[in-house]
Design a protein around this ligand. Structure first.
Ligand SMILES: NC(=O)c1ccc[n+]([C@@H]2O[C@H](COP(=O)([O-])OP(=O)(O)OC[C@H]3O[C@@H](n4cnc5c(N)ncnc54)[C@H](O)[C@@H]3O)[C@@H](O)[C@H]2O)c1
Ligand SMILES: O=C(O)C[C@H](O)C(=O)O
Ligand SMILES: [Mg+2]
Length: 637
């Protein structure tokens, strides 16, 4: 052993390192790494140390030095890699096994049917891999393709395929994207954020992986969701790809199957709860907002226990929103205004609808609250508005007798009905709703019998199975039209095709929060608003229905076509900024001036700030020269 260390020392001094530096190097690495090497079947020739001037992402992008997930934690610390890799380090043996698996089987060994990502075909996964590799090679080209082929590619980089990608992240993993924060990073986060190579970040999307789509707790594998959402920020909302940051906060996972997976790269411990949990999230928020105070922070796919409390905790201090609660709510309201228009009714007819909502989670209650708010805008009292909802969860109808009702559920618990836990179909039969909204994430609960009842009670029943991914939707479009005799006004969370009923073509729409969050975030960013308010969300929602062309309305579409997603995001951003101005939250003086000249000027201002994926001329910069683009960014928007 001593001989090996001596040879290593000699090697290091040949490379020009001073003795104290060699000493500390060996103390940190020395014998431990030799012991690892001892299991290697060949006699190590020399104790080898490589020297590099690079740090951080430059190492991860250098194939000579990159070890991927096998960088030991202590080395990550030394090289500024902390947070740039999944928290659990793998051994080279584990990496070899994963690589050999891929060598023999490609990605074919991942059977979509086994991992419950129904609706995801082999063709989807092939395309996902192709786009992933392109994104790693050339982001400009990747986003250009995405912008120009949005309708084709959104289901690949987003729901439903992103659900499959998250469930299999530990098998598919190739290189890191975004940042990983974990419960083991306590008191380090404020320094870790400096490992991110970009001084400007406009948008951060973060998850704790606890409720990924309807697929449940996927731990650190959930990072794919912030990545997918931010791809849409860029392609649909015009954010610059170099100024967005996907993050996951790993506080453990309660998914035992995942914890037992040898290649899982998250903390293999049960989730933190209570104060310990909130301390980690507080530290994360303080760290990222400390380095990038102007960024918009989007919370995504946090489970019900934490989604609403976290929103309340931060919404009055930072420009923060929860997409599942608020983005989904604005999307649903927008689609319902679309449904009124499809049915030939005025927007105010929303106040006449009766809703049965399946799922009382973050999304379900967010949607219910915002529909109620828009009913109040159309003249109902809050009590009248609440009376238009029957909310059903896994235990059945929610009534005031239910123990432990949360604050945001209580106003919608039925006070007038004594049948606690009434079954969903019985509620539908009794209430005769005009609209069904599904946000339970529990699969096909809009059964043929339920759908037939809806067709019996309504000329144009509104059927919105909004759960994701496709395997968790409450019904397919085909089922809805079949059992509603082709009369359903239909919108689902994951994409569905139009269907034929007799000689009639029935239109499918996608009720997904991607209609709202990219534009909402762009509006909030350009407004320099320090909050995302209900008024801003409502304005965004109201904009959606106004954008459906008459022809599409006559076909039965309740949302404008995704083909115009950039225009939609631009209009949503405009509405958001005008609402911010009404509430005294338009703090960007340039935007204030443009708005004073008229909507068209503010629209042009937003348009000017939207990223267009095209090649720019590259200029080398002297290391001591200040970066002129960074200065322009600071002084500009
Ligand atoms: N379309 C969109 O834009 C959109 C946005 C957000 C969430 N979602 C989807 O909504 C679903 C729920 O998300 P969430 O954040 O509200 O989750 P959540 O875990 O907070 O809530 C789920 C709710 O469904 C209820 N539920 C579970 N099983 C049920 C059953 N068998 N019968 C009746 N109710 C049942 C639970 O009691 C709970 O109230 C997920 O599938 C998610 O993908 C869709
Ligand atoms: O991610 C989506 O497709 C929508 C939504 O945020 C969800 O959680 O399902
Ligand atoms: Mg979500």
């Amino acid at each position: 052993m001593t001989g090996v260390i001596q040879r290593g020392t000699a090697l290091l001094s040949r490379q020009g390192l001073s003795e104290p530096a060699i000493g500390s190097f060996l103390r940190v690495l020395g014998c431990r790494s030799y012991a690892d090497a001892a299991s290697f079947p060949y006699e190590p020739k020399e104790f080898e140390i490589s020297v590099t001037r690079n740090r951080g992402v430059d190492i991860l992008h250098d194939p000579v030095y990159n070890k991927g997930t096998a960088h030991p934690l202590i080395e990550r610390e030394r090289l500024g890699l902390r947070g740039l890799l999944p928290p659990g380090a793998l051994t080279m043996a584990q990496q070899k096994a994963r690589a050999m698996h891929r060598y023999w089987h490609g990605e074919d060994y991942i059977d979509p049917s086994q991992i419950e990502s129904g609706g995801v075909t082999h063709e989807h996964t092939r395309k996902w891999l192709c786009l992933q590799e392109l994104q790693d090679r050339n982001e400009t080209l990747f986003y250009r393709l995405l912008v120009e082929n949005f309708v084709e590619m959104a289901p690949i980089i987003y729901t439903p395929t992103v659900g499959w990608a998250c469930a299999n992240h530990h098998k598919l993993y190739r290189r890191p994207r975004g940042m990983y924060f974990s419960a083991n990073d306590r008191r380090e986060m404020a320094s870790m954020v400096w490992n991110w190579p970009h001084d400007q970040v406009d948008a951060i999307v973060v998850t704790d992986g606890s409720r990924i789509l309807g697929l449940g707790d996927l731990g650190t594998n959930g990072l794919g969701i912030p990545v997918g959402k931010l791809d849409l920020y860029v392609a649909a909302g015009g954010f610059h790809p170099g100024r967005v940051l996907p993050c996951v906060i790993d506080v453990g996972t309660n998914n035992e199957l995942l914890r037992n997976e040898p290649w899982y790269m998250g903390l293999k411990q049960p989730r933190l709860r209570g104060d310990a949990y909130y301390e980690v999230i507080d530290e994360f928020v303080t760290a990222v907002m400390g380095r990038w105070p102007k960024a918009v922070l989007q919370f995504e796919d946090f489970n019900i226990e934490h989604a609403a409390p976290l929103l309340q905790r931060y919404r009055h201090h930072h420009c923060v929103f929860n997409d599942d609660v608020q983005g989904t709510a604005a999307t649903a309201v927008g689609g319902l205004y679309g449904a009124m228009a499809v049915a030939g009714k005025p927007a105010s007819a929303l106040a006449d609808q009766r809703f049965v909502v399946l799922g009382a989670g973050s999304a379900g209650m967010g949607v219910v609250s915002m529909i109620a708010l828009s009913m109040v805008k159309h003249g109902l009292s809050p009590e009248e508005a609440s009376s238009r909802f029957h909310v059903v969860d896994h235990k059945g109808l929610i009534t005031a007798q239910r123990d432990g009702l949360e604050d945001h559920v209580r106003p919608f618990a039925r006070k007038d009905e004594s049948i606690e836990a009434e079954a969903f179909i019985d509620v539908v039969r009794r209430v005769k709703p005009t609209a069904l909204i599904g946000l339970a994430g529990a699969g096909r609960l809009f059964t043929p019998d339920v759908l037939k009842l809806m067709a019996q009670y309504n000329e144009r029943p509104i059927i919105m199975p909004m759960s994701n991914p496709t395997s968790r939707m409450e019904c397919t479009h085909e089922e809805a039209q079949l059992h509603c005799e082709g009369r359903a006004i239909f919108a689902s969370g994951s994409p569905q095709e139009d269907v034929q009923f007799g000689d009639k073509t029935c239109a499918a729409s996608q009720a997904n929060n991607m209609y709202i969050f990219p534009g909402l975030a762009m509006g909030a960013l350009l407004a320099r608003s320090n909050a995302v308010t209900d008024g801003m969300l409502m304005a965004a929602a109201e904009t959606l229905a106004t954008m459906i062309p008459a022809k599409e309305l006559s076909e039965g579409r309740v949302y404008p076509s995704m083909h115009q997603i950039r225009d939609i995001s631009l209009s949503v951003a405009l509405a958001t900024m005008k609402a911010a101005a009404d509430e005294g939250l338009l703090h960007n003086s340039n935007a204030v001036k443009e708005l004073a000249r008229g909507d068209a000027y503010l629209r042009r201002y937003i348009h000017k700030h939207m990223y267009v994926p095209q090649y720019t001329t590259l200029m080398p910069l002297d290391p001591h020269q200040p970066d002129p683009t960074a200065a322009a960014l600071r002084n500009g928007a």
